[in-house]
Write a protein that binds this ligand. Structure first.
Ligand code: IVH
Length: 703
């Protein structure tokens, strides 16, 4: 093969992989940033690896770079329901690197800048594990608060943040006229414990950790709910300023404290790498004794003028770095390996462990994934094992401490029967999982399907979490999805049905009252209308996750049309089948799962009974966000003050504008920073509208 052909091939493979990685990362971003609480499917380090691979490929093949790549954006776009806020100074995240690497890089940059600054002082701050937020003050009054969102556009959470007692609502008169204070909204560990107790009391499923609790509490559409949650705020940075208020990060943090903000008292000003390394170790040791969760250390150049010179590039600023703590590991004993049965019948081995404290929570069980994992790592009942947890990531059983193995323990034998219904279990060739063959007769599968049906991205019925589903299932009151919509009729007093049966009204059940029963009925009623994509997702068809459900809804628009077409698509030579498999993202594997679902008479009964109680709304295609600059052609020139040209370009493209590299008669706006050069002259000659950076900001913020 000739070199050029080989190159072409590499390029094609790279393009495929780049697209695959972008889809994967976007999917994981979405699970993390688009959910309250976050619902990660993979570990942090796995995410980091995907991200790094994409970054490397984009560097090797710059022709595939695009501002839409997840390497160029931060987090996930804001959720619907909140008003959007464009950050006048983007809220970027910081790159993961050690203090040593930051210092070496900064030294390199200083050399390039031919700057003779001698000392590189660094402020080290605990990396608070909460939710970053930007609070804007105008004329010393708090006027707005926004979440980070994707770094450029966040959610307007003004009223929610106003209810946090630690957030000052007014600033002293020496603060600039306009100032945006940035920091972390979090829940303290002790408040979190109380919060979990209260959630348990009212039968709601409590969040898994303080971070999720903070995120879930802040992003409440009803701000009075936020007000009832014990949220706190640590200030550590700022965005737009009408005038500077400090010369160094250290002074700035102290000024923020003087203005009434809480600033973490573990911040330190360091003068050497040794000091920084010792601090990292010290904080790693004491992190579990703190009343707030931290997942690493943030290093920032102390001198603000040096920060300015070490310009921001791309996604992360170079004047700051974040170094994450390595996962915390502990030894414990593997007491039992139990088998859990999933919604699709998958049998998963679960380690039952002697309870062990890991980063503030007690771990007593962890998934062992599948038979191969158990065999490969040779986990045996009675073994001493190493368990690890990184941040808010799900605990993992990493390995066996082989020299502590009791003499009499034997390898684990994977069961060939379903523990819930006794049906035979099978493992298909090339599949990693064993599956129960009990299908609809297996109670564990039925229960898991019901839990999925009411889960957050499906029907999301408040007050009907996993625990209550189990309760109603055990009592025989909810065995099929439609029963959920019959609860009120069956359990609100007094009804004829109740007189004829032995059911006691829900409000008289242990742990329930009139209010909680009525709230549950109300929450169920509120979900009698549901968009088609959510409805499809809630059915729990294997392979049909949220994205596929959206694709199906997008293509078939109405519930009736979808069901009707799927029933016809059962014949593989039908036009309907061809149409189904031609939907990009729905291959034959997905199609076959959908058709098996429709081939099952019981499922059709479920659909028909649900149809009688629900209104499934037709899918409405999302409307593209319009902005004052959508469709306009924009050129940036000169040195902008608040953003690099690259960032300005990303921001403009997100708002629907096209960014060109040179001025032509078609250009709508030339945004000119300092030293604009020939483009400005050309624009003037062609009578193109020329805007300053401030005018540009005003234009994009216009509603
Ligand atoms: S500074 C441009 N300082 O960690 C720098 N961030 O990627 C802005 N965080 O998004 C951030 N504690 O949510 C900074 N003391 C601290 C922090 C901190 C936590 C979070 C923040 C940010 C992420 C870093």
């Amino acid at each position: 093969m000739q070199l050029s052909q080989q190159n072409e091939l590499d390029k094609n493979i790279a393009e495929l992989r780049i697209n695959q990685l972008r889809q994967l990362i976007t999917h994981h971003n979405r699970l993390y940033y688009g959910h309250t609480p976050p619902q990660p499917e993979i570990e942090d380090f796995e995410y980091d690896e995907l991200f790094k691979e994409l970054q490397e490929l984009e560097t090797m093949f710059p022709e595939f770079q695009t501002p839409k790549s997840p390497t160029q954006t931060v987090g996930w776009q804001p959720s619907e329901g909140f008003k959007k806020v464009i950050h006048s100074v983007p809220m970027l995240s910081i790159e993961n690197k050690s203090a040593a690497k930051l210092i070496t890089e900064v030294r390199g940059i200083i050399k390039e800048l031919k700057d003779e600054s001698k000392d590189i002082d660094i402020v080290a701050e605990p990396k608070i594990d909460g939710l970053s937020c930007s609070i804007r003050y105008e004329k010393h009054q708090m006027v707005r608060a926004a979440t980070r969102g994707d770094g450029f556009e966040g959610e307007d959470v003004t009223e929610n943040v106003r209810s946090i007692p630690e957030v000052p609502k007014t600033l002293p008169s020496d603060a600039p006229e306009i100032v945006e204070i940035r920091g972390e909204v979090y829940m303290s560990n002790s408040d979190f414990k109380q919060f979990v107790l209260r959630q348990n009391e009212i039968g709601a499923s409590p969040p898994q950790n303080p971070r999720n609790a903070a995120a879930g509490s802040l992003r409440q559409l009803d701000a009075t709910v936020t007000a009832s949650r014990p949220l706190r705020f640590f200030a550590y940075a700022w965005g737009e300023l009408s005038s500077p208020f400090a010369e160094s990060q250290w002074d700035a943090l102290h000024t923020l404290r003087r203005w009434g903000f809480k600033v973490c008292d573990k911040i330190r000003l360091m003068h050497s790498l040794d000091e920084l390394n010792a601090y990292f170790e010290e904080m790693q040791e004491c992190r579990e004794d703190l009343d707030f969760t931290i997942d690493g250390i943030v290093y920032k150049l102390n001198s603000l003028s040096l920060q300015d010179r070490v310009r921001q590039i791309g996604r992360a600023p170079r004047w700051a770095a974040a170094q994450k703590f390595p996962p915390v590991k502990r030894e414990t004993v593997l007491l039992k390996i139990s088998i859990s049965v999933g919604r699709t019948g998958a049998l998963t081995p679960v380690a039952e462990l002697e309870p062990v404290r890991l980063l503030g929570t007690t771990v007593s069980n962890a998934t062992l994934h599948n038979q191969d994992e158990v065999e490969c790592k040779d986990f045996r009942i009675g073994d001493t094992v190493i368990v690890q947890r990184a941040g808010d990531v799900i605990p993992q059983v990493v390995s066996v401490v082989i020299n502590k193995r009791p003499p009499d323990c034997s390898p684990f034998v994977f069961p060939s029967f379903c523990p819930a219904c006794g049906s035979k279990a099978v493992r298909e060739p090339r599949e990693a999982v064993w599956k129960c063959t009990g299908g609809l007769t297996c109670p564990a599968q039925a229960l898991e399907r019901l839990k999925h049906f009411v889960s957050r991205d499906a029907f999301n019925i408040e007050g009907l979490g996993e625990k209550n589903i189990e309760l109603f299932y055990d009592k025989g009151l909810i065995t099929s999805p439609v029963d959920i919509f019959l609860l009120e009729e069956r359990l609100s007093p007094p009804t004829l049905w109740q007189q004829l049966t032995s059911y006691i009204p829900l409000q008289e059940w242990d742990g329930w009252g009139e209010l909680s029963a009525n709230n549950l009925f109300k929450a169920v009623r509120a979900r009698k209308m549901i968009p088609l994509d959510r409805f499809i997702y809630s059915l729990g068809i294997p392979q049909v996750g949220e994205i596929t459900a959206k694709l199906l809804a997008h293509n078939y628009i109405s519930f009736d049309n979808w069901q009707d077409t799927m029933c016809r698509a059962v014949a593989k030579d039908s036009e309907q089948y061809q149409q189904l498999i031609s939907i990009s993202g729905v291959g034959t594997v997905v199609a076959d799962e959908i058709l098996s679902f429709f081939a099952e008479g019981h499922n059709l009964q479920v659909l028909n009974s649900l149809r009688q109680h629900l209104t499934v709304e037709d899918y409405s295609k999302p409307v593209m966000m319009t902005s004052t600059i959508s469709g306009k052609i924009v050129v940036f020139t000169g040195e902008l003050e608040k953003r690099s040209r690259k960032e300005a370009k990303i921001e403009a493209e997100k708002l629907g504008a096209k960014v060109a590299s040179d001025v032509s008669a078609k250009t709508d706006y030339l945004v000119a920073g300092a030293d604009p050069g020939s483009k400005l002259r050309k624009a003037e000659a062609l009578e193109v509208t020329v805007l300053s950076e401030i005018e540009w900001e005003r234009l994009i913020n216009e509603k």
